[in-house]
Design a protein around this ligand. Structure first.
Ligand code: NAD
Length: 295
């Protein structure tokens, strides 16, 4: 691989951008990580440092490899720091206009042969690709949270994506120790088309008084063998992210079965976003995290 291809640019240093950068470093890539919020970059650096130390403890990395990995990351609040990268992964907020703006800027300073991948959970890859001048070299690479642990990457081809772009991205995903699964571009792809309506329905069950959040989660864990209940998982993903995805499904299919639950909207509007804000369906503010807060 050329030097340029070994340098991967990641736009957005939130939950996903940070996890993706960690996995890239672990696999031997050099990384430039950008975010418009400097505090997000500081938090991401701390999280990545801690994550790599945990990899050493668990025997996934030698201490020497950890030190080398830490020397291969650069962070910047300027998007144009991504210009030397040979591959770009966009992981900014799940809003079409926010992503389109970032992609339009990247288009200006990234060479035209560089592949752009979006980590969107639900937005049309074809529509995002059309905001760039390289729809043939644009695709979705949908990583899962927590990225260092989850092995799946949904590889989403847009209408114009070339087969070699898809093949190259699958190889890239394998080089990170991930399992790529190819899907076509449709709202929510496969993962969130199936998962999010289930989470949304679980929120309706709480709103309508069918059961408390803990009971809903117990039913799904013990009865359906899910490792996490849907509401625990929603808190983990971020309730704002869940709401954004439901809106994309609702607008994309124009079908009332995807209508975001009013309780989900209410919780997001009140700032209860799940783990990241300390409160969602459960309370994470105390040492005894996991107590129910919503109803
Ligand atoms: P997040 O809110 O944790 O992070 C988003 C980051 O993007 C923030 O740090 C924000 O400051 C930054 N950002 C926003 N606008 C920017 C801009 N113009 N320039 C640079 N940075 C900007 O969100 P997240 O959970 O990391 O999600 C990121 C993407 O990954 C979304 O598309 C989401 O749908 C997708 N995703 C999320 C999950 C999940 O479980 N959270 C899973 C898979 C995919």
């Amino acid at each position: 691989m050329s030097e340029r291809l070994e340098l991967v640019g990641v736009a957005g240093a939130g939950t996903m951008g940070c996890g993706i950068a960690h996995v890239l470093l672990r696999a031997g890539y050099a990384v430039v990580l950008t975010d418009e919020v400097p505090q997000a970059l500081g938090a991401a650096s701390e999280k990545i440092t801690a994550g790599l130390a945990r990899d050493v403890e668990k025997g996934r990395l030698t201490d020497q490899a950890r030190q080398q990995a830490l020397g291969r990351i650069e962070t910047s609040a300027q998007l144009d720091a991504l210009s030397p990268a040979g591959f770009i992964i966009e992981a900014v907020t799940e809003r079409f206009d926010v992503k389109a703006e970032v992609l339009r800027k990247l288009e200006v300073f990234c060479p035209s042969d560089v592949v752009f991948a979006t980590n969107t959970s639900s937005i049309s890859v074809t529509r995002l690709a059309a905001t760039t001048g390289r729809p043939q070299r644009f695709l979705g690479l949908h990583f899962f949270n927590p990225v260092p642990v989850m092995t799946l990457v949904e590889v989403v081809a847009g209408v114009e994506t070339l087969p070699e772009t898809v093949e190259g991205a699958c190889q890239f995903a394998r080089s990170l120790g991930k399992i790529p699964v190819r899907v076509n571009d449709f709202p929510g792809f496969v993962s969130n088309r199936v998962l999010m309506p289930m989470i949304n329905e679980a929120v309706y069950a709480v709103m309508e008084g069918v059961a408390e959040p803990q009971a809903v989660d117990e039913v799904m864990k013990r009865g359906m063998n899910h490792p996490m209940g849907p509401l625990e998982l929603a808190d983990f993903i971020g309730l704002d992210v869940c709401l954004d995805i439901m809106k994309v499904l609702y607008e994309g299919f124009r079908d009332s079965k995807y209508r975001p639950c009013p309780l989900l909207e209410k919780m997001v509007h009140s700032g209860r976003l799940g783990r990241k804000s300390g409160r969602g369906f459960y309370d994470y503010s105390t040492a005894q995290a996991g107590s129910t807060t919503a109803g």
